[in-house]
Design a protein around this ligand. Structure first.
Ligand code: ADP
Ligand code: MG
Length: 470
């Protein structure tokens, strides 16, 4: 390809791009682009600012790539050039962009395996890993999430400069932690397109850390994370017990804090209840603001159901909406599940969505959310956890180990079921109520005095509760 002709080739590209975009998008995102140079492989495009790079990389590559390949050749790479004033300052420490590129690729869930040069002239653009379905527009406000939502909006308006740093959002599963965390990222990117935003679930961070250590790229790993202006870590509790990852995260946390960068952290529990996480990290989590998400109240449920139904394109009568809100007493994820199952069933069977149909579908969901813990559930968990054969558990055998397993099961049955002491005794080894009472006292004493035993009890109890959550 002759370099002089790149301008006219770009014009040909533009007319093909025009066919693939709306007139507005075309005028906004493509008309301002200016081809500066083409050396046979790299096409340099001048873009007005960084938001163009972000938008093109995120939303346009799929149709842009074939056009560029067709007209400029299969090896074409893109390089973005920004006017000087817009360009970000260089990353301190002259980051090695190839190694850093690896971390970007690893976090790339957005299925853009980018064949182009991602680094602009001066700055690497990080794919923020945001899911556009999780914006604030789609996050219904209620008493249950007011603090987290408004703190999140404040953070997005001025990341790093509010007292909410870190912003620590916690609550049980399915209450909207991931959604609100993503929404903060989306809103930040919308208001400050030049900022480096990254959403990363803790397990992914952990995996990146491990592979960085294996490949002796620890410094690149740290450097990559230090480039970020808003770092969103989802499900921080998963760092528990992983000391080295905690150290790495501590380093990153401190660097970002000192540099006035923003952290948003989510967790299934408040900082004080985190287990197996270094105290110095927990202390830092408490520095900013902790905001809890709780179950939505009736009014909020109604709003969420209306909103999600509209999104699914379903027309629900007020009666059905209120029926659902009254009868689903679970987290938002289950509300959503029940609703989409209802809509799908109606469409599939070509039925109207009536309260009767809702009732039928809900039977499944209500059973899940109301399932009670039984003594059998507890016995199964205890046996499995302690590696005891259930038949031996039920036999008259009386080793110390088996006796204690039965005591644990009795204690948990007393705590988690409505069964009487007599019923518990009868179900576990045919004992009388006095034996059960004694077991409860023994276990509760042990829990208070023996730390290792307490940890074990907590783990068993967690599994018991999990078991009934479906
Ligand atoms: P968590 O991360 O706390 O387990 P998610 O953020 O994954 O929960 O939320 C579960 C589902 O519920 C998601 O589909 C999310 O969109 C939805 N959801 C939660 N809270 C709200 C809300 N206030 N408004 C709208 N949708 C919500
Ligand atoms: Mg989540």
């Amino acid at each position: 390809m002759v370099t002089e002709s790149y301008s006219s080739t770009w014009q040909a590209c533009l007319s093909q791009i025009r066919e693939q975009t709306s007139a507005d998008d075309f005028a906004k995102w493509f008309e301002p682009l200016v081809p500066l140079d083409f050396d046979g492989t790299t096409l340099q495009l001048r873009v007005p600012n960084e938001s163009y790079v972000y938008h093109i990389e995120k939303n346009c590559l799929q149709f842009l790539r074939p056009i560029l390949y067709r007209l400029f050749g299969m090896k074409t790479r893109l390089r973005y050039v920004m006017p000087k004033a817009q360009a970000a300052t260089p990353v301190s420490g002259a980051a090695d962009t190839t190694a850093i590129g690896k971390f970007i690729a690893q976090t790339d869930t957005a299925n853009i395996k980018n064949p182009f040069v991602v680094p602009g002239i001066r700055k690497t653009i990080i794919d923020p890993q945001l899911n556009m379905n999780y914006s604030f527009d789609d996050f219904i406000e209620g008493e249950c999430n007011r603090l987290a939502r408004s703190a999140g909006l404040a953070v997005a308006a001025a990341p790093g400069t509010t007292p909410f740093n870190p912003l620590y959002i916690y609550g049980s599963s399915g209450l909207g932690k991931t959604h609100v965390a993503q929404a903060i990222g989306i809103e930040t990117k919308r208001r400050h397109p030049q900022m480096q935003v990254l959403y990363v679930p803790m397990n992914k961070f952990q995996a990146q850390y491990t592979s960085a250590m294996l490949n002796k790229e620890f410094n690149d790993f740290i450097q990559f994370y230090q480039m970020i202006d808003l770092l969103i870590i989802d499900d921080i509790q998963e760092i528990a017990g992983k000391e080295k990852t905690q150290n790495a995260f501590f380093t990153i946390f401190n660097h970002l804090q000192l540099a006035g960068k923003q952290l948003v952290i989510t967790s299934d529990k408040p900082p004080v209840e985190l287990k197996d996480i270094e105290q110095r990290l927990i202390t830092r989590f408490k520095w900013g603001l902790s905001a809890q998400l709780v179950q939505p109240d009736y009014e909020t449920k109604v709003k969420i159901i209306r909103h999600k139904a509209a999104r699914l394109g379903a027309d629900l009568s007020e009666e059905v909406v209120h029926y659902l809100a009254e009868n689903i007493d679970a987290n938002v994820r289950e509300i959503e599940g029940a609703l989409s199952s209802l809509v799908a069933n109606a469409a599939f069977m070509n039925k109207r969505i009536t309260t009767a149909l809702a009732k039928e579908i809900l039977k499944v969901y209500v059973r899940i959310s109301l399932k009670e813990i039984t003594i059998d559930d507890i016995r199964a968990v205890v046996c499995e956890y302690l590696g005891i054969d259930a038949r031996i558990f039920d036999s008259p055998k009386r080793t110390r180990e088996i006796a204690q397993a039965r005591q644990i099961a009795m204690f948990l049955s007393k705590k988690h079921t409505k069964a009487s002491l007599t019923a518990i005794g009868a179900a576990i080894g045919g004992k009388n109520h006095a034996t059960v009472l004694h077991a409860c006292k023994t276990i509760s004493n042990l829990t208070e005095t023996d730390k290792a035993f307490r940890a074990q009890m907590e783990e068993i109890e967690k599994r018991v509760v999990m078991k009934t959550k479906g």
